[in-house]
Design a protein around this ligand. Structure first.
Ligand SMILES: Cc1ncc(COP(=O)(O)O)c(C=O)c1O
Length: 396
């Protein structure tokens, strides 16, 4: 007897890498104790939310007995929160974004799905560089579309613009990029993004439906060494930014984010209206009331990014010490080194033997590499030194 569809049964199989590492982690921790295992498998931010979050929650509790305190609101979100969000997004993007270009969503994931639902039809294609956040494929297929992975350059993971150009077909509806990137830590330069925009403009000639350039940006706040994270809003008119407060406020479980439709997009009203509607009909209805009100009070604060930078440096020194080949992440909290020996699945098994948990690149559509998430305490990183060296030694 099969209770779930063939498609979902296949997904359960396909999405098993992070879950597999998660389960192995639980088993190892049970066997050897929490402190013996160095778990770099999950991208769940461990820093507590900024102090302003607790203060705001206490303030909000005072109003909890008022009518409609947690009632429905317009599907695009509370108008006052949208106004405040517009000021913050304008500052981050360096482009003036009016409130009516924003739809408040259930995280970046909710934003991506709402934009996809509004723009994709059956058989449409979404191009994204590999490796990529593993959920993208599922999100596309949620709406009958297909993800078309295009390999980014080896080791640096810069965009391969020629390859992206060649991958565009009549069915291409969206190009999806994520910078700072999960799982590589790459940050695309202005030059790369302008190059991509020029390619899309070339393909848009004579098309009825222009290609949407979708920027998934939950890690925008986390760029190291002063590197610029250019805004697509002043590079390409048909761009949309999806983002969230999962990482910069450590509020991943609260499911709060937004879609920002480029104010310069010709005919943008249709897309804003479409995304407002899809936010509703996908069953989200609206982003959670309490999370929106909280956001209205804490917008502008972030976790201390310097903590992540210190961890990045600690991890880099462990990788250097053991002789791993990698590109230093310029943003987000992930390393994506080459798997010694070339077989990422086998190498991650070697790491597990050393009680170090990492995710094979295969899980992100890029075999030959593995991902280490450094949203864990520096202590855990330092403890991994011997295990990382011992696993490497097996392949030398
Ligand atoms: C690249 C990327 N996009 C989207 C998401 C989803 O973020 P949210 O929790 O805001 O839905 C994540 C979460 O890890 C991510 O890494």
């Amino acid at each position: 007897m099969q209770l779930i569809s063939d498609q979902i049964a296949g997904y359960v199989e396909r999405s098993s890498w992070i879950r597999k590492m998660f389960e192995e982690g639980i088993a190892l921790k049970k066997q050897f104790g929490e402190d013996a295992v160095c778990d770099f498998s999950l991208g769940n931010p461990d820093l507590p939310p900024p102090a302003s979050v607790k203060d705001a929650l206490l303030e909000l509790a005072e109003d909890a007995d008022k009518p409609f305190f947690m009632g429905y609101m317009p599907n695009f979100g509370y108008p006052d929160v949208r106004e405040k969000l517009a000021a913050v997004v304008s500052k981050e993007q360096g482009v003036s974004v009016p409130a009516d270009c924003l739809v408040i969503t259930c995280g970046a994931a909710g934003a991506l799905n709402s934009v996809f639902r509004a723009t994709l039809g059956p058989g449409d294609e979404v191009i994204t560089p590999t490796p990529f956040f593993v959920e993208y494929g599922f999100y596309c297929e949620n709406h009958g579309a297909k993800l078309v992975p295009v390999p980014a350059r080896e080791l640096t993971f810069e965009l391969d613009l020629d390859a992206m150009d060649k991958a565009i077909t009549d069915k291409t509806r969206v190009v999806l990029i994520n910078s700072p990137n999960n799982p590589t830590g790459a940050v695309y330069s202005r030059e790369q993004l302008e190059g991509l925009a020029a390619i899309l403009e070339k393909h848009n000639q004579g098309r009825e439906r222009p290609i949407i350039l979708l920027a998934d940006e939950p890690y925008r706040f986390l760029a190291f060494d002063g590197v610029e994270v250019p805004s697509l809003l002043d590079i390409y008119d048909y761009s949309v930014v999806c983002s969230s407060f999962s990482k910069n406020l450590s509020m991943a479980g609260e499911r709060i984010g937004y879609a920002c439709i480029n104010p310069a997009m010709p005919g943008k009203e249709a897309l804003i209206g479409g995304v407002t509607l899809t936010n509703r009909i996908l069953g989200f209805v609206n982003a959670p009331a309490l999370a929106q009100k909280l956001l209205g009070k804490v917008l502008g604060s972030t976790v201390d990014a310097s903590v992540y930078d210190a961890r990045r440096k600690a991890m880099a020194s462990i990788l250097d010490n053991a002789g791993y080949e990698y590109t230093m992440p310029r943003g987000a909290f992930y390393f994506f080194p080459k798997a010694p020996g070339g077989d990422d699945v086998k190498f991650c098994a070697s790491l597990t033997e050393e009680k170090v948990l990492a995710v094979p690149g295969t899980g992100f559509g890029r075999p030959g590499y593995f991902r280490l998430a450094f949203c864990v305490s520096e202590d855990v990183i330092l403890r991994a030194k011997d295990g990382m060296a011992a696993a490497m030694a097996k392949y030398k």
